[in-house]
Design a protein around this ligand. Sequence first.
Ligand code: SAM
Length: 244
Amino acid sequence: MANVITHEDGNTFVAGGLTFNFINSNYKEHKTTDSEIVVLKSADILRSYDKVFDAAPNKNFLEVGIFEGGSTLFFAVAHPEFRISALDIRDPDDAVLRHVHNLGLKERVKIHYNTSQSDKDALEKIIREDFSGEDIGLICDDASHNYNLSRSTFELTFGKLARGGQYCLEDWAWAHWKSTSSTSLALTNLVFEMVVLLPSTRPLIDSIEILPNYVRLVRGPGKTNGDVNIDSMMRLRGKKLTLI
Ligand SMILES: C[S@@+](CC[C@H](N)C(=O)[O-])C[C@H]1O[C@@H](n2cnc3c(N)ncnc32)[C@H](O)[C@@H]1O
């Protein structure tokens, strides 16, 4: 909740007795230590997630993309009623794991390193084991921001959300930022596909909210037979979306 942040000074803030440092450039030069946790979301963005947690229909949260542990640890202290399962392709990070241990979070916060967001078997196992076979209330994809990888995560996990479940795709707009020089396929392509899926799959997706920092989908009551298959589910009248 918002008032978990007890002190703010520039990019540094304190929550649950932990000091967080919001980094917005030269990410790779910053490491979480025992005294300070590196986070790639500002205090305001983290606060903006309060309404997403509040709207989640159950207390199971899957976070894709851990980096130096900042958002995972923040959400763990801000939303103590949630079970959190987080994964990242990185090697295990002792400082992050030490925080989880020292805060007594090991039962409630499960961290999976060396795990790709597109690894179907790994995702299925993590979801099954960490959430005891229950549906998920909230999924946040803040990992590669790569169109194909994020698309896989969406296809593999969206169907596992409970009705009313929240799906957030972070930093979808990177291709349109002034600072962007990458010529990779834009994550925007996935957003276009999500928009087409809404009417095509009704009532699988109840709504899509497009915000500058993230896109939020709400899971409708429609059923899937497992994974969501974007290509076969979009009704495009024989036409194709052009990738940008
Ligand atoms: C934007 S950072 C996450 C920031 C973190 N959520 C925060 O707010 O502090 C993205 C993370 O995604 C991870 N990542 C990149 N490609 C990935 C993949 N294919 N599967 C899983 N994680 C990946 C990176 O290793 C990196 O740690």
